[in-house]
Design a protein around this ligand. Sequence first.
Ligand SMILES: C[S@@+](CC[C@H](N)C(=O)[O-])C[C@H]1O[C@@H](n2cnc3c(N)ncnc32)[C@H](O)[C@@H]1O
Ligand code: SF4
Length: 393
Amino acid sequence: MTLPPLSLYVHFPWCVAKCPYCDFNSHALHGELPETLYIDAVERDIASQSAQVGARPIVSVFLGGGTPSLFSAEGIARVLSAARRHLHIAADAEVTLEANPGTVERGRFAEYRCAGVNRVSLGGQSFDARQLKALGRIHSPFETERAAAELHAAGLGNFNIDLMYALPGQDAAAALRDIEQALALAPAHLSHYQLTIEAGTAFAAHPPALPSDDGAELILETCQRRLATAQFERYEVSAYARAGFKCQHNLNYWTFGDYLGVGAGAHGKISLGNEHGITRTVHWREPRRYMSASPLPQTCAKVAARDVPFEFMLNALRLVDGFEIDLFEARTGEPWHTVADAVDQLVRRGLIEANGKRCRATAHGFSFLNDVLVAFLPESAAATEVPAMSTAS
Ligand SMILES: C[S@@+](CC[C@H](N)C(=O)[O-])C[C@H]1O[C@@H](n2cnc3c(N)ncnc32)[C@H](O)[C@@H]1O
Ligand code: SF4
């Protein structure tokens, strides 16, 4: 089994305020940001995890959150230089930093670029001031526009804007206005997420009135059509890119690549070769605990062989073009016949198309992806629900 490409994810767990819809490992910052202590811990973490990947090249780095843009450019430079010291970061690696438009001071993007960042993901969410308020965002539409202008000026034209749709009271015309305003900022990539109510969030306790399923479907179709005319190709459930600007880091997740997970609550996935299988690592979620714990992950567990095909499908079927059958065998170490019956049944139900070389969800299957995935659950787990698909990492 050839080892898959390897990425690095570094988590930054603080935000100015907790948004009511968000179930990411993000904590409202009370008092001063413990930047130095946190980055000390991240450096120890990178150093201690480097042994398990040896000289494997790192093809992409994602600095995610939380809100990494709360950290200074010096802090981000320290993280990236620790990564370069202990790991083999490819010369052409994509290095993305997530930024909240409410946290970026003037000139900050140029400094991040000097630190080694070459792609930015901006959390815009909407350009409607009332929606931003209802979503608990700390910024105005104007701040997102200013951040985009600064990105262009800093030579960081390769940026993404996160938008959410099916917002409280939103109709297709309002969602389309958000798309138009995002396009006017000339991003290279758009992530368009349907607002979901996640357990344990403020929205779950006090749910806002959301558009109906049909309303959400109409919004999606309307926005998708507009994005297609603007030459943004939908290549994954929620991801749209101009030619040449697909997110390499997320593509590595969706093609079941490997990643080191560094930082509070970060998850990692490392393949060890055929007979050794795949391990998953998870760090302490709580930032203080992470900073004071051993740099080794809290848990490091082997994925049961019977779960691997499902995990592959959970990722790869999110891609509009699906995947090559050879990739399934290379990444999972399992022969195609372990899933062939399930695939045949889904083909008969019109949910999947497969031609002996490639496999992908049909347009119908793409709208009911959870139903498709259930077919790949190992027998004992088939009665349980498919885990919610995360929007970002
Ligand atoms: C980790 S956050 C991004 C960066 C930054 N913290 C920010 O919010 O500006 C990743 C993205 O996931 C999306 N997201 C988070 N919770 C969501 C939810 N419940 N439903 C849909 N999208 C969600 C948002 O678009 C958000 O920008
Ligand atoms: S959506 Fe972003 S800014 Fe809001 S709480 Fe989550 S991680 Fe923080």
